[in-house]
Design a protein around this ligand. Structure first.
Ligand code: ME8
Length: 671
């Protein structure tokens, strides 16, 4: 166990100009998961979220609805809190910019800014006249480069900006340019992913301009101390939440531990607001003599139909509906598993259902129900005796029982969580789940059960299987806390054991069960076979390959421990496998993982869609020979027809093409 550290994790505080949607849930689930992961690792972590309730936008929306602004904010904030409760998000505090404690903290912060001197000895805050374009949705001033013409539209919201002229207070950001650049270059303020860091550095290279920190026309906000004609610019108000929530106003214990004393002060957010967080916020903190954030992670946007989810454009996915239909854990799993956290990715209902059935119902659900049903049946409903010697076989259960190899696996998975590579962590965990499933098929405990002389072997295997499931469950618990709790309940383990990654903690003799369904399949098996080709291509094939678990619809609730998965040669012969040559490959817009390939089969040319874009550049592929399933029914992926499926292995989720070790003619059957 590494030395205990203190972490502070925040989401943006969300505008209350409309109800929450899945985009907000995305950041919040991620913050919840990293907080849980760090606590499992033995660290102390504080997780803050909240709502941004001031500003022109909110004032206008409340007016349009005919309610006083505070009443309007109360209603929407309650919706955010209820969504977080439904999603199993456990924040440590929820800050609202209309809280008294926030106003007090902001006033203290302003007092520090108002008397601050820049590194070159000038006032950090000064009064000046402002003229320029202002986007009321961003609540931000826009340079020419941030406008689209005609119409001076904001590039984020695609809505007209307003020409603004007023006397304002300004913050002398320009004087902090060198300091910010150095902090970012030296990773004292770590901006991730790397592309965003470069983007911010390039903005700095173009020169930082001072910005206005007060608004004379806006009424719904915190008044500038000593000048009630002005309210504080909403971003100064909003950014301060990260310290006011900790009790900055009187520099309380929480503020000292989790801001000043934290090993990491991590702000999570979508990529559109990094400038505020990477430039304005650190510079203001520096001026006030306070520590800056140490890490800023800007994740990508969720899109649907290639367009950003957004309240303004009405392109939203209702998180409540998804939870009602599939449960909170499935929603959490899908959003953290499906896309790469730093990148944009497109949501489809089909992908959601496909992943639910494949990963949750089949892989995880079947593993748990099979293992427990067998343990109940073959060990009289109780955990078998703890086997002391290492197993002679070399399977995943040996890797998990062995302290050194388990520690390496755990460190790797935690490393991915810490890097906010949620899909990477989950791919690795599902690889373990796939291997546990394969071991059930390979060791065939139902055969052992027929022979009384193999009783000990059977009990040893089942004990290790159950322990393996427990360890894997601890590992995914930051993402799916409810499912983890349910599984631990079925295993009858103590709360402490449910959080531990040590081996051999399931107590012999403890009663198991009853076995409850975890993730009942959404689609029928019939529908699934029709879709299988589609899924195989889309899902990157990261499930570890090898034998598949029986695919019985009821297998999530009923044990299928005597099913023989093997096929006969006649069944195999129905698959028309052939050597094909890739003629050309190209990316598919809006589908990060897919490539469209044109392949030569000797007597015909085919178009196929393959889920290999994350591992292969299109230019690398022309001329390569591949193995192709040639008699697969056509499927449409992202609207593009696919006439066949290439074969690939999967190494930690990265597809690796099957190739030939000698030259083979195109079109030749593979047997
Ligand atoms: O910007 N994809 O609030 P906001 C991914 N109040 N994430 C998304 C998303 C999408 N399509 N849509 C929203 C504000 N988000 C300010 C923040 S912080 C001091 C003030 C998430 O309600 C993402 O985290 O517009 C994004 O940064 C945030 O919601 C914007 O929320």
């Amino acid at each position: 166990m590494s030395r205990q550290k203190i972490f502070y994790h925040t989401t943006p505080i969300y505008y209350v100009n409309d109800v929450p949607h899945v985009g907000h849930a995305y950041t919040t689930i991620a913050a919840d998961a990293i907080t849980r992961a760090r606590r499992l690792r033995g660290h102390t972590a504080f997780f803050l979220t909240g709502t941004d309730e001031h500003g022109q936008n909110i004032e206008r929306t409340a007016r349009e609805k005919g309610v006083p602004p505070q009443e309007y904010c109360d209603g929407i904030t309650a919706r955010f809190k209820s969504l977080w409760a439904r999603l199993g998000v456990e924040y440590d505090d929820f800050i609202r910019t209309t809280d008294q404690r926030h106003a007090h903290g902001v006033e203290r912060f302003w007092e520090l800014l108002a008397r601050a001197r820049t590194p070159d000895g000038r006032d950090a805050v000064y009064r000046d006249h402002y003229t320029g374009w202002y986007c009321p949705r961003c609540e931000g001033f826009k340079d020419d480069g941030e406008l689209t013409q005609p119409g001076n539209l904001c590039i984020v919201h695609e809505l007209p900006c307003e020409w603004t002229e007023e006397e304002n207070y300004f913050f002398r950001l320009s004087a902090y340019e060198d300091w910010i650049r150095r902090e970012i270059e030296n990773d004292r303020i770590r901006i991730e992913p790397a592309g965003r860091r470069n983007e911010v550095l390039s903005v700095i290279r173009q020169g930082l301009k001072d910005f206005s920190v007060s608004r004379a026309r806006v009424k719904w906000g915190i008044k500038v101390p000593g000048d009630p004609e002005h309210v504080l610019y909403v971003w100064v108000d909003a950014l301060s939440n990260y310290i006011t929530a900790l009790g900055f106003a009187d520099r309380g214990e929480r503020y000292r531990s989790f801001w000043e004393g934290a090993s990491e002060r991590l702000h999570l957010m979508g990529k559109e607001i990094i400038r505020f967080h990477c430039l304005y916020w650190p510079a203001m903190l520096k001026a006030a003599g306070l520590p800056a954030p140490t890490r800023i992670f800007a994740h990508g946007w969720l899109t649907r139909g290639g367009k950003k989810l957004s309240k303004t454009t009405g392109n939203v996915i209702d998180a409540d509906q998804l939870i009602t239909a599939y449960g909170a854990d499935a929603v959490r799993y899908f959003f953290l598993r499906e896309g790469s956290f730093g990148q944009d990715w497109d949501y489809t209902d089909d992908a959601f259902v496909g992943r639910f059935d494949a990963d949750l119902a089949n892989d995880l659900g079947n593993l748990v129900s099979r293992a427990l049903t067998m343990a109940i049946r073959y060990c009289d409903g109780r955990s078998p005796a703890r086997p002391v010697p290492m197993p002679k076989t070399s399977g995943i259960e040996e890797e998990l029982q062995n302290d050194a190899s388990r520690a390496a696996l755990v460190a790797e998975i935690y490393g991915r969580y810490e890097a906010l590579d949620f899909s990477g962590a989950l791919i690795r965990i599902w690889n373990l789940i796939g291997r546990l499933n394969q071991r059930i098929v390979a060791r065939a405990p139902w055969e052992m059960a027929k022979d009384p002389a193999r009783r000990e072997e059977l009990h040893d295997f089942l004990y290790r299987l159950i322990e393996g499931i427990r360890v894997v469950t601890v590992l995914f618990s930051p993402v799916m806390p409810n499912a983890a709790c349910k599984i631990m309940g079925m295993l009858g383990v103590t709360e402490e054991t449910a959080r531990s990654l040590d081996w051999g903690l399931v107590d012999p003799g403890v009663s198991f069960g009853p076995v409850e369904p975890l993730f009942p399949r959404i689609r029928s098996k019939k529908h699934d076979s029709a879709q299988k080709a589609t899924r195989n291509v889309e899902s990157k094939g990261e499930k570890g390959g090898g034998e598949k678990m029986p695919d019985d619809q009821k297998s999530n609730t009923v044990a299928t421990d005597s099913v023989d998965d093997r096929i006969d040669i006649a069944e195999f012969a129905r698959i028309d496998l052939r050597v094909a040559r890739i003629i050309r490959a190209e990316r598919i817009s809006g589908a990060n993982r897919l490539l469209k390939l044109e392949v030569d089969l000797g007597n015909e040319t085919r178009q196929i869609v393959a889920g290999i874009a994350e591992a292969y550049e299109p230019e690398q592929l022309a001329g390569r020979k591949i193995a192709l399933v040639a008699n697969l029914k056509p499927a449409r992926l992202r609207g593009i027809e696919s006439n066949g499926m290439l074969l690939a292995a999967s190494v930690d989720g990265r597809p690796v093409l099957c190739t030939f070790d000698a030259d083979v003619p195109v079109g030749m059957p593979i047997k």
